[in-house]
Design a protein around this ligand. Structure first.
Ligand code: TYM
Length: 342
């Protein structure tokens, strides 16, 4: 069976972009693949964070994985900082990765501008920690949104460089790392802001009206969609470059009705003739209906914190078994002295 690894940062509440771009794919594929889903708390501290909230946000993110349909009897759910190999492999990979590979990362450049002069080394190193996450589990596939494509390519480059350098014919060693591929969906891979159809829906945007959080109440969702940016054209259409908001809202509508059999064609048939005033309530109800069962399950899950802890404890044990093994191979290949071994 192919192996999957992915993760979401526990910063603030997760939004529709995280769900449609990533988590929904995890749920869909968990029967087919051996899956590892990680709450990447070590990544969450690469931007200024609130120590009083990190623990709770980590638990909430794990609860949302469960509420969205990740089944702990099929998939491993764990917290990144509970498996020490992530930080250790990051250091090893730091020492085989050229600085200029990281300097090219678009997301670093974007986030660094926001953090100004105080931008931390951790933010620069973020993609290597992500590479370590993926490579430790020998993942074949990594289901993520479009914005993570470049990080995935970097991960492959790092894996190849390590294998070439330390696992060549001369060293008579099998490759330590497997080449992972990005798994990026066509719909939902890039959910855009409600206030600007050309920028990504994101947790860090200051205006909460720009995103739909998975735990927003129906009233909040209604209000956000009511105020979202539209245009003055008549009718609704897909992929008109002059109407990015229109494409985005149709994409969201399709993504949340797909489960009920909707296709691009059926959506067009239904809504092409509508104006914004008619479409917005239809979209609102579809989003609310899609999130309702997730929210209900979330409340249930959160009522039993011990159960969440049990799942994360088991998850850490299972993840650690695999991660430690890969880490051991990597250290052997690099020539570290390991006690008790000749
Ligand atoms: P994060 O928390 O920023 O995003 C989590 C996932 O959500 C996707 N995503 C989106 N998809 C569609 N439209 C959007 N507007 C949108 N915003 C976010 C992201 O692509 C991602 O899949 N660096 C990763 C976390 C990570 C990771 C990993 C992922 C750390 N280690 C290992 C995979 C494998 C991230 O972007 O987190």
């Amino acid at each position: 069976r192919k192996r999957v690894l992915s993760g979401v940062q526990p910063t603030g509440s997760l939004h529709l972009g995280n769900y449609l771009g990533a988590i929904r794919q995890w749920v869909k594929n968990q029967d087919e693949y051996e899956s590892f889903f990680c709450v990447v708390d070590l990544h969450a501290i690469t931007a200024p964070h609130d120590p009083k909230r990190l623990r709770q946000e980590t638990i909430e993110a794990a609860a949302l994985y469960l509420a969205a349909g990740i089944d702990p009897s099929k998939s491993t759910i764990f917290v990144q900082s509970h498996v020490l190999a992530h930080t250790e492999l990051t250091w090893l990979l730091n020492c085989v990765t050229p600085m200029n590979w990281l300097e090219r990362m678009i997301q670093f450049k974007e986030k660094a501008i926001k953090q100004g002069e105080n931008v931390g080394v951790g933010l620069f190193d973020y993609p290597i920690l992500m590479a370590a996450d993926i490579l430790l589990y020998q993942a074949d596939l990594v289901p993520v949104g479009e914005d993570q494509r470049q990080h995935l390519e970097l991960t492959r480059d790092i894996a190849r460089r390590f294998n070439d350098q330390f696992c060549n014919k001369k060293a008579k060693r099998r490759k330590v790392f497997r080449d992972p591929a990005a798994l990026i969906v066509t719909e939902g891979a890039r959910v855009m802001s409600l206030l600007d159809g050309t920028s990504k829906m994101s947790k860090s945007a200051e205006n909460d009206g720009s995103r739909i959080n998975l735990l927003d109440s129906p009233d909040t969702i209604r209000a956000k969609i009511k105020r979202c940016k539209t245009d003055a054209s008549l009718g609704l259409e897909w992929d008109n470059p002059a109407r990015p908001e229109c494409t985005n809202l149709l994409n969201i509508y399709l993504a949340v009705t797909e489960g009920a059999g909707a296709t691009k064609e059926s959506v067009l048939e239904e809504v092409a003739g509508m104006n914004w005033g008619a479409f917005k309530p239809v979209l609102t109800e579809a989003v609310v209906a899609h999130l309702e069962p997730i929210q209900r399950k979330y409340r249930q899950v959160m009522e039993d914190p011990e159960h969440i802890e049990q799942i994360l404890t088991q998850g850490a044990t299972d993840a650690d078994a695999i991660a430690s093994q890969t880490l051991g191979w990597a250290k052997d290949a690099m020539g570290f002295y390991s006690l008790g071994r000749k």
